[in-house]
Design a binder for this molecule. Structure first.
Ligand code: SF4
Length: 442
C-alpha cells in the first residue's frame, strides 16, 4: 500500500490478501482529508426531518448555509424544517457574546412560526466564546411553554458520528413526555429512516398491510408529539444503526423497549426486515401477511430486474457511504443485478460492522474505513470500477475519473428503499454505467 499514510494502514485491507481485521471507529488522522462532516452537521442531519419543530443554528451564517435543506427528507404536513434559521453571529458577538441575539431570535421565531418544539444548535464559535445556550433555552422554554432543546454540537468536538449521539440525546429528552396518542398492541417506532424521497411512506404501506402501527418515525416525516409518545411502542426497528443505535439503547434502558437492526435496501434485507418484525410479535397472522406481501412484490419485481441484470453482468462497483449497514445492503443489491463490489468503505463503521461487511464481500475487494479522495481515486484506478456509489463528496471523484456515479446519500431525491426502490436503483445503476458519455472521456 505505498502512497498511503502509514498510520492509516489498519483502516485499509484487501479481502483474501490481508489476514487481519479492519479497524473502525478511530478519530480521523491529521493530514488525511477525511470525507466525514463535522459534529454539528451530524446532529443536524438526524434532527432535520422533524418537520413541526423550529431548527435554529446559533453561529455564523455559514454553518446554517452549509446544512440548509440538507436532506431530501419529505413531510406529509408542516415544512418548517426546510427553513434554515441562524443567529448570524458576527465579530461583535464574538467579542461581547451572542446570548442576547439568541434569546431575541428564539422569541421572535417561536411567536411567528408556533413550532411544537425548538432545537438550538451550538456551533464551533459558540463553544469558543462560551455562550450559555442551555440557560437561554431553559428561559425560553418557561416563557413559551414548548420544549426548547439545546443541541451542544460544536463542530470541533469530533466527527459527525459524535453529532449523531448528541442528536439522540436531544430526542431522548422529548421521549416519554406525553401519553395522549392511541397505541395499538402491535406498534413499532421506526428509527433511522429519514423519509428521503418519500421512502418512509412506502415502508408505512408495507407495515400497514401487515397490521403493524408505526407510532413514531424518528426522524423521517417526524412530529414532536409522536416522538413524545414513542416510549409506548412495543418494538424499535432501527435502520441507520450508525445514527440511531444509541437512541435505541437508551430507550431499552429507560423504557424497556427492545430493538432490532434492519435495512430496507435490496430485496433480501427488505424482506428480512418485515419477517423480523413479524417474528417479534409471535402472531401467525402477521407472519402470513408478511409472506404474502413479499411474494406479491417479488412476483412483479424479479422479472422487471432481469433485463438490468443481463445488461450489467460483470460490471464493477465502488461503494463509499456513511454507515456499514447501508454498505452491506448495497453489496447484496448489486450482486442481485450482476454487479461485483470491488471497493467497500464507510465513514462511521466499527470493527463489528466491518467483520459483517468483509464476510459478504468477494476476495479482492478493498475495504476501507474513513477514507479520503486520494485513496478513493487510487482504489478506483487499481480495481477498474465502472461505477461509484456514494454521496455529494464522492460525486466529483467519480466524474473526474470518468466513471458513472449513483447518489445513495441523504441529499438524493430518488427513492431507493423497499421493493420499488430496488427497481429504481437497478435503473439508476444501468443508466449511469451504460451512458454513452463515458466513451468520450479522455
Ligand atoms: S466545523 Fe464548526 S464552523 Fe464549520 S460548519 Fe461545523 S460547526 Fe460550523
Amino acid at each position: 500500500m505505498t502512497g498511503f499514510l502509514k498510520d492509516r494502514e489498519g483502516q485499509i485491507l484487501t479481502k483474501g490478501v490481508d489476514p487481519r481485521s479492519l479497524v473502525g471507529g478511530k478519530p480521523s488522522l491529521a493530514g488525511s482529508v477525511s470525507q466525514r462532516a463535522c459534529v454539528f452537521c451530524g446532529s443536524r442531519v438526524v434532527l432535520y426531518p422533524i418537520a413541526d419543530a423550529l431548527h435554529l443554528v446559533h453561529g455564523p451564517i455559514g454553518c446554517a448555509a452549509y446544512t440548509w435543506d440538507i436532506r431530501g427528507a419529505m413531510s406529509s404536513g408542516p415544512e418548517l424544517h426546510r427553513s434554515s434559521f441562524s443567529t448570524d453571529l458576527r465579530e461583535k458577538h464574538v467579542i461581547f457574546g451572542g446570548e442576547k441575539q439568541l434569546y431575541q431570535a428564539l422569541d421572535e421565531l417561536i411567536d411567528k412560526y408556533q413550532p411544537k418544539a425548538a432545537f438550538v444548535y451550538s456551533t464551533c464559535i459558540v463553544g469558543v466564546i462560551g455562550d450559555d445556550v442551555q440557560s437561554v433555552c431553559k428561559r425560553m422554554e418557561a416563557k413559551k411553554g414548548i420544549p426548547v432543546i439545546a443541541v451542544m454540537a460544536e463542530g470541533f468536538q469530533g466527527s459527525k458520528k459524535d453529532g449523531y449521539r448528541i442528536a439522540c440525546d436531544a430526542i431522548a429528552g422529548l421521549i416519554g413526555t406525553d401519553d395522549s396518542k392511541d397505541v395499538s398492541p402491535v406498534s413499532i417506532n421506526i428509527l433511522g429512516d429519514f423519509n428521503l424521497a418519500g421512502e418512509l411512506w412506502m415502508l408505512a404501506g408495507y407495515y400497514k398491510r401487515m397490521g403493524v402501527q408505526i407510532l413514531a418515525s424518528i426522524t423521517g416525516d417526524g412530529r414532536v408529539q409522536d416522538i413524545r409518545n414513542a416510549h409506548r411502542a412495543s418494538l424499535n426497528v432501527v435502520q441507520c444503526s450508525g445514527s440511531m443505535i444509541y437512541l435505541a439503547k437508551t430507550m431499552k434502558e429507560r423504557f424497556g423497549i427492545p430493538f432490532i437492526k434492519v435495512s430496507y435496501f435490496g430485496i433480501e434485507d427488505m424482506s428480512d426486515a418485515l419477517y423480523e418484525v413479524a417474528k417479534f410479535f409471535t402472531d401467525e397472522e402477521i407472519m402470513d401477511k408478511a409472506r404474502e406481501l413479499v411474494k406479491s412484490e417479488l412476483t412483479t419485481l424479479l422479472p422487471a430486474l432481469e433485463p438490468y441484470r443481463i445488461a450489467l453482468k460483470g460490471k464493477k462497483a465502488a461503494i463509499y457511504v456513511g454507515g456499514a449497514f447501508k454498505a452491506i445492503s448495497l453489496v447484496k443489491a448489486l450482486r442481485l443485478i450482476g454487479v461485483k463490489t470491488v471497493i467497500a468503505g464507510t465513514q462511521t463503521g466499527n470493527a463489528e460492522d466491518y467483520t459483517l461487511l468483509e464476510a459478504i464481500c468477494d476476495d479482492g475487494c478493498i475495504l476501507v474505513d474513513d477514507s479520503n479522495p486520494v485513496e478513493l481515486s487510487e482504489f478506483v484506478k487499481q480495481t477498474g470500477a465502472d461505477l461509484f456509489i456514494g454521496g455529494v463528496k464522492e460525486r466529483p471523484i467519480a466524474y473526474k475519473l470518468g466513471i458513472g456515479f449513483c447518489d445513495h446519500n441523504h441529499e438524493r431525491k430518488l427513492a431507493l428503499a423497499g421493493y420499488e426502490g430496488m427497481l429504481n436503483f437497478a435503473r439508476e445503476v444501468y443508466e449511469t454505467v451504460t451512458s454513452p458519455v463515458w466513451r468520450l472521456k479522455r
